[in-house]
Design a protein around this ligand. Structure first.
Ligand code: ACO
Length: 327
């Protein structure tokens, strides 16, 4: 066999501050009952003003490197996935590299919204399989709270902050990454976007007064696309791995809305009990969602050594992806 992928360790970090639905009732016209019944979310974590995306990434990375039983110096490449970087440039991956004290290795960011972790996984896999780099630190870190419109009740109830990390290395004996399937369709880019601050609308007094630096979303349309694309991606990745749905011990979906997850489970033909769900306490943390859920499932014993899991994600772009992994 050629070069395979071995997952050495994972780690998660959530900011300490909890914002629950009752707190949101004081900010916008909503109710705990509406949010739980329409989304499944009870609370989410919110970073402090001084706590940056790279700080969350740093804490998750330390845990992943420790669980991999490696030192920082054994990492060859850093990939960060985020749509909420510390700043437009340099890459948050470089800022993380500085915090980890690792010198002279490549570090870059990937922007693929909520599908970011699976896009990052595909990138890490390609680098490892090509023989270019041996050990990759892949981190998905997000602070959605800082781009959320706190006056918009249809979006501010959904998002939260958090970071998850994975350390992967080359192996000639095993291959823990059985398949990856990715897709995107830019025609729907305006269903979920942040228009301000780029070359389309460079930051100005106007863009700020029009709130263009905050998330804009057409929730209903996103909802429908999310279900169909997640089902499509999940089936494709299973096929590419030559596995059946019953071979999968747990499905780890992007935690965007409990109703989306329930619908995806139904359409794939799998019991919801085989879907790992932690949205209740995290909200939607974009690209950090699947890796933090996977880490929790590993750490609490839901997923055990040797189990097959399927990650399934969907996000703005639109982007989507799925991956079959052996834990
Ligand atoms: N509290 C109370 N009422 C609300 C709230 C709220 N927080 N938000 C909306 N409503 C109202 C609306 O105003 C509307 O009222 P009306 O009928 O009087 O006009 C009513 O509830 C129904 O609104 P809908 O938008 O149809 O509600 P829906 O059931 O679709 O739920 C939601 C909205 C939760 C946003 C849903 O559409 C959703 O989850 N969509 C997917 C969003 C998503 O996953 N986004 C992330 C993708 S991943 C990424 O890339 C970040």
């Amino acid at each position: 066999m050629g070069i395979g992928i071995k997952i050495l360790g994972t780690g998660t970090y959530f900011p300490k501050k909890i914002l629950n639905n009752k707190d949101l009732e004081k900010i916008v016209d909503t109710s705990d009952e509406w949010i739980i019944s329409r989304t499944g979310i009870k609370e989410r974590r919110i970073s402090s003003k001084s706590e940056l995306t790279s700080d969350l990434a740093y804490e998750a990375s330390k845990k992943a490197i420790k669980s991999a039983k490696l030192t920082n110096e054994q990492i060859d490449l850093i990939i960060v996935t985020t749509i909420t970087p510390d700043m437009p440039f340099p890459a948050t991956a470089c800022l993380l590299q500085r915090k980890l004290g690792i010198k002279s290795i490549p570090a870059f960011d990937i922007s693929a919204s909520c599908s970011g972790f699976i896009y990052g996984l595909a990138t890490a896999k390609a680098f490892i399989e090509s023989g270019l780099y041996k050990t990759v630190l892949l981190v998905s870190s997000e602070e959605l709270s800082k781009i959320t419109d706190w006056d918009d009740r249809s979006t501010c109830i959904l998002f939260g902050d958090g970071a998850g990390a994975m350390v992967l290395t080359a192996s000639y004996k095993t291959n823990d990454c059985l398949s990856i399937f990715l897709g995107s369709d830019g025609i729907y880019s305006e269903l979920l976007f942040l228009p301000g601050g780029g070359t389309a609308f460079p930051t100005s007094k106007n863009t700020v007064s029009q709130n263009l630096h905050k998330i804009k979303m057409q929730g209903n349309k996103i909802f429908k696309h999310a279900i169909s694309k997640m089902v499509f991606a999940a089936k494709k990745a299973l096929m590419l791995a030559s596995k059946k749905k019953d071979d999968i011990r747990f499905f780890i979906p992007h935690q965007a809305n409990i109703r989306i997850i329930e619908s995806v489970a139904k359409k794939i033909g799998v019991s919801i009990n085989n879907f790992f769900i932690n949205i209740t306490k995290t909200g939607n943390t974009s690209s950090a969602s699947v890796i933090t859920a996977l880490d929790e499932a590993i750490k609490n014993g839901t997923v055990k050594n040797g189990d097959l899991v399927e990650l399934i994600a969907f996000g703005s772009g639109l982007t989507w992806g799925a991956a079959v992994l052996r834990i």
